[in-house]
Design a protein around this ligand. Structure first.
Ligand code: 1PR
Length: 579
């Protein structure tokens, strides 16, 4: 993980709770069915249903809380080291950066309590950084000493061999020994998001319960007695992840629904469902979808196209097998998102029942409201994270940041992109690019990267550059998608969501020229977006470009093609996907 500072948590008084951003006056939320209680499952029977959670306030552990509650357990938060020692079972979802986490643990005496708890073989589940901290040290901004319970050093993935870092997505596990909680999940995909990993060695071999291949073989989980830790995120790994958590929380339960047989071998290509969300003219938050970013019906009333309720649709796509769900608050560039309580509520309710990663974008920038109160982009992002987002997506503000960086060559550290990725890690920051094709007869007509287009322009032009836009495509800027992508990678973006205004809503396929151009230029994952109209468009984009994921909206909203059909098609074409 890469979040070197604890902006909200350094002082001991605020250690265990993040500061709440005051919100402006609430509007009544109207966003669909929020009663999903029928989803949740009761824990065993007795008072065994309390789980102790170690949340040291470094970031978003809401997803872990939601998953535990969904499984019918109550949560007791650790306040003192004694709470660790008294725990019946302890979940430690490490977030943030290694050094900062160790600093908090040792300042508060939690490091010793943790070591003592684990040495006594008490039930423990570490997640992500909660696994890494058990090792001797980490190279993340280091070397930095860890808890030293397991021999070995945590190091960064090597991107020089063509593997994209961060390692984001659904990868396969190789189970190496009786892992207890992982017994039924071999050959299934689970969700990883990290840049650092622990490596197997003769010294730590006896701890390892599964490994994963990503460039090299790294430790995906450890187990010794009642002590478990996983590098992946069970709380974001759908049914497979929930079954892992359930087995840990209630090992004797016979309620565990075993996942069917899996066929996972390697990192899967992701299929993402995107929900463009905005208020319609009655003030209801709706999922909409435009053609080339025009979301109004071409009728006399000229109303906003209404394709459904955000919470309901997100829940449906989760059940249909979406690997991630993205919400784009498409009027966020003009409306202040923290004034948009329904959007935050949408996230809260969705994250209670959707156990795959959730991304939210729109309006992430510094803002001064009508009362003169200033909000930093970091506060806006923090509120999104607190409401259930796993990643945030920045559009317009990333364009301004990249322009400034390319003009001056200086990283100020003050842009929203840099600040949010410093605090939450670059794997939590997506940059959404909204480019439009500009055709050229001669590539030398611009000083920007051009492509030789597969389909000639309207006047027979053979070349194009991709002009970035801001404010929902309303304003073109003098920066190309290629230049922007490279700049935002340097500024700390962990992933790129690559739209194309020309293809948006057209159903004629992704812009392969654009996606190839950008995915070859950067070493972070690229999500291909805009234009999907048939399953074959997904295989085309994965076969012809280095995209890690493909996102679609219209075909799913209009129920033209179910997500499952896309995945079956990809499997038939020999492209690995999560089933
Ligand atoms: O600039 O940080 O406030 O972010 C605004 C965000 O809202 C950006 O991510 C921008 O892409 C998005 N946005 C703004 N206006 C619109 C609009 O449609 N009028 N939506 C908009 C962009 C594009 C995709 C769409 C795909 C797939 N939507 O998200 O879902 O093109 O569609 P398809 O499969 O139907 O072709 P900021």
């Amino acid at each position: 993980m890469e979040a070197p500072s604890f902006a909200y948590s350094a002082s001991s008084s605020s250690l265990l709770s993040l500061r709440k951003t005051p919100l402006s006056s609430p509007r009544l939320p109207r966003f669909g069915n929020t009663k999903h209680k029928n989803f949740s499952i009761r824990a065993s029977s007795s008072g065994d249903s309390v789980v102790t959670l170690l949340d040291y306030g470094a970031g978003n552990v809401r997803s872990v809380r939601n998953a535990i509650r969904f499984l019918g357990f109550e949560i007791k938060d650790v306040q003192t080291p004694q709470d660790i020692l008294n725990a019946r079972q302890l979940v430690f979802p490490g977030v943030g950066a290694f050094a900062a986490a160790m600093e908090v643990l040792s300042k508060t005496g939690m490091d010793e309590a943790l070591c003592s708890y684990i040495e006594k073989d008490r039930p423990f589940l570490g997640i992500c950084l909660g696994l890494q901290l058990l090792f001797e040290s980490s190279e993340e901004n280091g070397p930095v000493k860890g808890l030293g319970l397991i021999p070995g050093t945590v190091g960064r993935f090597d991107s020089s061999n063509g593997f994209r870092v961060p390692h984001i997505g659904w990868n396969a596990l190789q189970i190496t020994k009786d892992s207890g909680i992982l017994d039924d999940v071999g050959n299934h995909h689970v969700y990883f998001v990290h840049s650092y990993r622990a490596m197997p060695s003769d010294d730590n071999n006896e701890w390892i319960s599964s490994t994963c291949d990503y460039g090299d073989k790294f430790i995906a989980s450890i187990r010794r007695g009642n002590v478990h830790a996983v590098q992946f995120h069970p709380e974001k790994s759908g049914d497979v992840g929930l079954s892992i958590l359930r087995k840990f929380l209630n090992p004797k339960s016979n309620m565990t629904k075993k996942p069917g047989e899996g066929k996972a071998l390697k990192l899967a290509k992701r299929v993402i469902a995107c929900l463009d969300v905005r208020a319609n003219d009655n003030g209801d938050l709706v999922v909409t979808k435009g053609d080339q970013y025009d979301v109004r019906e071409h009728t006399k009333e000229n109303e906003v196209r209404n394709l459904g309720k955000p919470v309901d649709l997100a829940g449906q796509y989760y059940k249909d097998g979406a690997d991630e769900v993205s919400f784009l608050n498409i009027t966020g560039f003009r409306d202040f998102p923290l004034g948009d309580l329904p959007m935050l509520q949408v996230l809260r309710y969705t994250s209670e029942n959707v156990f795959v990663p959730l991304t939210v974008g729109g309006g992430i920038r510094d803002f001064t409201d009508s009362t003169g109160r200033y909000y930093s982009s970091l506060e806006v992002a923090s509120e999104y994270f607190r409401s259930g987002a796993d990643k945030i997506s920045i559009g317009s503000d990333a364009v301004y940041a990249a322009e400034e960086y390319l003009r001056t060559g200086v990283k100020t550290g003050k842009t929203s992109l840099e600040q949010i990725s410093r605090v939450y890690g670059n794997q939590a920051v997506v940059v959404s690019i909204d480019p439009r094709r500009v055709y050229l007869k001669d590539p030398n007509d611009v000083q920007l990267k051009t492509v030789r287009v597969s389909n000639l322009g309207p006047n027979g032009e053979e070349y194009a550059w991709y002009q970035c836009t801001v404010n929902g495509g309303r304003e073109g800027r003098q920066i190309g998608a290629y230049e922007l992508a490279k700049a935002v990678e340097e500024l700390g973006a962990g992933e790129i969501l690559l739209n194309c205004i020309d293809c948006d809503g057209q159903g004629k396929g992704f812009d392969v020229d654009l996606i190839k151009l950008v995915s070859d230029a950067v070493s972070i994952p690229v999500i291909a977006s805009s234009g999907a109209g048939a399953p074959a468009h997904f295989s085309e984009v994965f076969n012809k470009t280095n995209a890690s994921a493909a996102l679609a909206a219209g075909i799913f909203h209009r129920k033209e093609v179910p997500i499952q059909s896309v995945k079956e098609h990809l499997l038939k074409e020999g492209i690995e996907v999560r089933i």
